[in-house]
Design a protein. Structure first.
Length: 195
């Protein structure tokens, strides 16, 4: 199925703060390459790009100050909308994402970014619940291993599989970056107005 002409790309929390080893082993070091593929195609096609930045309110967080800087893969990207948030969903930031999408007649968006099972999944869930068609580019997201309070290791791969199961067929469609790009067309919606 071809994407709608003004399908938005929502890139979440691709920040240098996540490079700190204290987050644990990464599950998908190729995520940035796939994010780069998506942003390059979206920009060349004139499709809207939303960049989301997490600025934590938690004392000692790595996602403050220099940790809020976007990673090099996003260098030079001028977003159509920039959202700063301090919670999991991009729908609860300093700009009204739903209002922005609706005001431009955007009914579908693609999710990419960090972390797969937190801010990316939460944004996809809320988007689906609000009635948007959500495509989740699973291999353009990344997360890390964690240890539960009971001492059990949960791998990044396990989180990723769980996210795919949580979303697919319920509030979003999970697919690969290559599959997203195969659906992308080079048409721009008439009347699309950048922010």
């Amino acid at each position: 199925m071809t994407l709608t002409p003004n399908t938005a790309l929502v890139v979440i929390d691709v920040q240098t703060g996540f490079d700190d080893p204290s987050w644990g082993r990464r599950g998908n070091p190729g995520a940035e390459r796939n994010i780069g593929r998506l942003t390059a195609r979206w920009r060349s096609a004139g499709r809207p790009i939303v960049l989301v930045r997490h600025v934590s309110t938690t004392p000692g967080s790595l996602l403050v100050g220099a940790g809020t800087t976007f990673k090099p893969v996003l260098a030079g990207i001028e977003p159509d909308l920039l959202i700063t948030k301090s919670v999991h969903s991009a729908f609860h930031g300093d700009h009204d994402l739903a209002g922005w999408l609706d005001g431009r007649g955007i009914t579908e968006f693609v999710v990419a970014g960090i972390q797969t099972n937190r801010c990316c999944e939460t944004t996809a869930r809320l988007g689906g619940d609000l009635g948007y068609r959500v495509l989740f580019a699973l291999d353009a997201t990344d997360t890390s291993d964690e240890v539960t309070s009971g001492g059990r290791l949960v791998t990044a791969e396990e989180f990723t599989v769980a996210t795919a199961a949580n979303l697919d067929g319920h509030v979003a469609e999970t697919l690969s970056t290559t599959a997203v790009l195969a659906r992308e067309s080079e048409r721009v919606a008439p009347g699309f107005l950048p922010a």
